[in-house]
Design a binder for this molecule. Structure first.
Ligand code: CUA
Length: 187
């Protein structure tokens, strides 16, 4: 076998290996495209997520988010619903009071632009979009204080927009509900 024959044989092997790997990469692309198509079609056949709306122009005047209805409310089933409104550049109420070891649902909306809703030390992290209600369930295991900064740029005063969440003992919270229909920790 001459050196040239050897070279030609090597080229044949190289071409075969390259073809094989080209087919593998084509197969990977076809598989991924197929998965993307399946996921898209599958999702399109699912029902829409539940969407609740709230008119941002009348948020303070009518409906669920009037000022007298904001704060924490004890529900007949023992759970607590906390309602809040975000506006440039504050949250109302400024301090949310909730009991520990209790199922809690935060319900909030925005009166103007998109704001962020994040409670530090928890997995609550969403956006408040004008026109829509954001509802998030949570349960706090123990009393404590959490910061609630707006984490969505909402204008010149964004960096100063934050509230507090104060988690207190469940018995203490329940004792307060007899005197107040809506609870907050705003002084
Ligand atoms: Cu509100 Cu940033």
């Amino acid at each position: 076998m001459t050196l040239q024959d050897n070279h030609a044989a090597g080229a044949v092997v190289a071409a075969r290996v390259e073809r094989k790997w080209a087919m593998v990469s084509v197969a990977v692309i076809v598989l991924l495209a197929g998965m993307a198509a399946f996921a898209g079609i599958h999702q399109a056949t699912m029902p829409q997520a539940r969407v609740e709306t709230a008119d941002p122009t009348t948020l303070h005047i009518a409906g669920e988010f009037v000022e007298s209805n904001l704060g924490s409310a004890l529900e007949p089933d023992g759970s607590v619903t906390v309602r809040a409104v975000a506006q440039q550049y504050s949250f109302t109420p400024q301090c949310l009071l909730v009991p520990a070891e209790t199922p809690i649902t935060f319900r909030a909306s925005s009166a103007d632009v998109v704001h962020g809703f994040l409670i530090q030390g928890t997995n609550i992290n969403t956006m408040l979009v004008p026109g829509y209600v954001s509802a998030i369930p949570i349960r706090f295991d123990k009393p404590g204080d959490h910061l609630m900064p707006c984490h969505e740029f909402c204008g010149i005063g964004h960096e100063g927009m934050w509230a507090n969440v104060k988690v207190i003992d469940k018995a203490a919270f329940l004792a307060m509900t007899s005197a107040h229909r809506r609870l907050t920790c705003v002084e």
